[in-house]
Design a protein around this ligand. Structure first.
Ligand SMILES: [Zn+2]
Length: 454
């Protein structure tokens, strides 16, 4: 099917479902060429609109704006006034869940519930409205176009697919995959069998783009080299949701003779930034987010160019459950290069440290992405969690409790671990008072203590 027909098909899909992905994509493809000044004006207008809405409809923000003596109109004349507002943390979201939702009834009907292990083992439940999700999908497609891809061309994902989904969820996903012309292999379970099937399909259908977690892309590259497959090529490979290490990057690029586009995105915010074809740094999607990088949380001072700080994001599209000044729990810097040679004025940033997730191993020689169970921990009563693979027969699930825990949910975690790894794996629950962070300050929520050689 040619790109024109794909667009028509997408339009039909949008007409039926009420989605606006194409419209958002066209808009982002236009705005990325605006001047910095025009972009900042657009961003400020979206920020102001969101703040006005939040103050009118969201009880948590009504309270915090009043306490901070903040009026949404202030940002029109002084953007720095946003600094009066407190930083939003995962703990605050958990404690104020109902008060963070919009009270506007027509908006409430459009919400989808998501759970995440977050980047740091703080489980989180949150809601996203359809406008937010349209922009998230559109932003991914805009970034794919930076690698020379065109809307409607085939692309492949190595991505997490939940083990327990309802039939209607699964149908919706399949329909979306078909309309967007993409196929997926489950990153949670990368076996010899699944990677063989995936490699065969890639060789046969030749998708232009490969999109996946850094660790899964690396694993697939290793597999391709071991099998001496030399004819797989892409226009671009997108690495997302995890830190991409230099060694991994070089290895994957060499394997497929193709550049990697490092992308920074999370389940709770969607895409935040992505490398363009120049690969200087990551262009922040400032039409979708107001991004701050702060020196520390006490003074809340912004960093200078090139200085590392905490990334704090206000998403400009999710009115259902606005995240204003959200601590994403990653560190980053504003790039010292202010204007990218590609001509896009979206500011450049770099990630400094963040998420590292181990691959788990199984008796039959598979590698399973350690993040597979993390959304399951997003339940009441869990403050922090960590999943540790002690041996091929034993996985320890550590949970720092906060009140009472639902026993059936623990059983679901146990069942999911067994489905992913092995039916006979023992899942042992531990309930410590605290889970320590590593010396580097990083927190790892999925650890495999089985060495590389075993
Ligand atoms: Zn660029």
């Amino acid at each position: 099917m040619n790109p024109f027909l794909r667009r028509q098909l997408m339009k039909a899909y949008q007409w039926v479902t009420g989605r606006r992905i194409l419209n958002c994509l066209d808009e982002l493809n236009r705005t990325q060429w605006l001047s910095r000044e025009e972009l900042l004006t657009l961003q400020k207008a979206k920020l102001h609109k969101l703040l006005v809405y939040a103050y009118q409809y969201v009880p948590y923000y009504q309270r915090t704006f009043d306490q901070a003596n903040f009026q949404p109109d202030e940002v029109l004349t002084n953007l720095a006034s946003l600094g009066k507002l407190p930083i939003l943390t995962k703990a605050i979201i958990r404690d104020n869940f109902d008060d963070m939702l919009t009270t506007e009834s027509k908006q409430r009907t459009k919400l989808a519930r998501l759970t995440t292990g977050g980047s740091t083992g703080h489980p989180l439940i949150f809601m996203q409205d359809v406008n937010f999700r349209d922009y998230v999908t559109a932003d991914i497609h805009r970034h794919l176009e930076w690698a020379g891809w065109q809307f409607g061309q085939l692309h492949a994902y190595i991505w997490g697919t939940n083990f327990e989904v309802t039939t209607s969820q699964s149908l919706r996903t399949h329909l979306m995959d078909w309309v967007l012309n993409r196929f997926v292999t489950n990153a949670y379970v990368l076996s010899e069998e699944s990677m063989t099937a995936f490699a065969d399909r890639v060789r046969l259908q030749q998708p232009r783009i490969l999109f996946g977690y850094a660790s899964s892309l690396y694993r697939f590259a290793q597999f391709v080299r071991t099998k001496k497959i030399t004819d797989i090529r892409f226009d671009g490979i997108f690495s997302s949701a995890e830190v991409l290490y230099q060694g991994q990057r070089a290895y994957i690029e060499e394997t497929f003779d193709c550049k990697i586009f490092n992308r920074y995105g999370t389940r709770d915010l969607g895409g935040v930034a992505c490398e363009c074809e120049v690969h200087t740094g990551l262009h922040a999607s400032i039409e979708n987010n107001y991004v701050e990088i702060l020196r520390n949380f006490d003074s809340k001072e912004p960093v200078r160019l090139g200085e590392t700080g905490h990334i704090v994001v206000t998403n400009l599209n999710n009115y259902g459950m606005p995240f204003i000044r959200y601590n994403i729990e990653d560190m980053g810097t504003w790039h010292t290069v202010d204007q990218c040679p590609c001509g896009r004025a979206l500011p450049l940033m770099d990630l400094v440290q963040g998420r590292h997730i181990d691959m788990f191993k199984t008796k039959d020689g598979r590698a399973v992405w350690g993040g597979f169970a993390s959304p399951l921990f997003a339940m009441e009563g869990v403050k922090r969690f960590q999943l540790v693979q002690k041996s091929l027969d034993l996985v320890v699930a550590r949970i720092v409790k906060e009140g009472e825990l639902d026993q059936t949910r623990l059983e679901t975690i146990e069942r999911t671990v067994r489905t992913a790894l092995d039916d006979n794996v023992e899942v042992r629950f531990e309930f410590p008072d605290e889970i320590p962070v590593l010396d580097s300050g990083k927190y790892r929520y999925a650890i495999s203590e089985i060495g590389e050689g075993s």
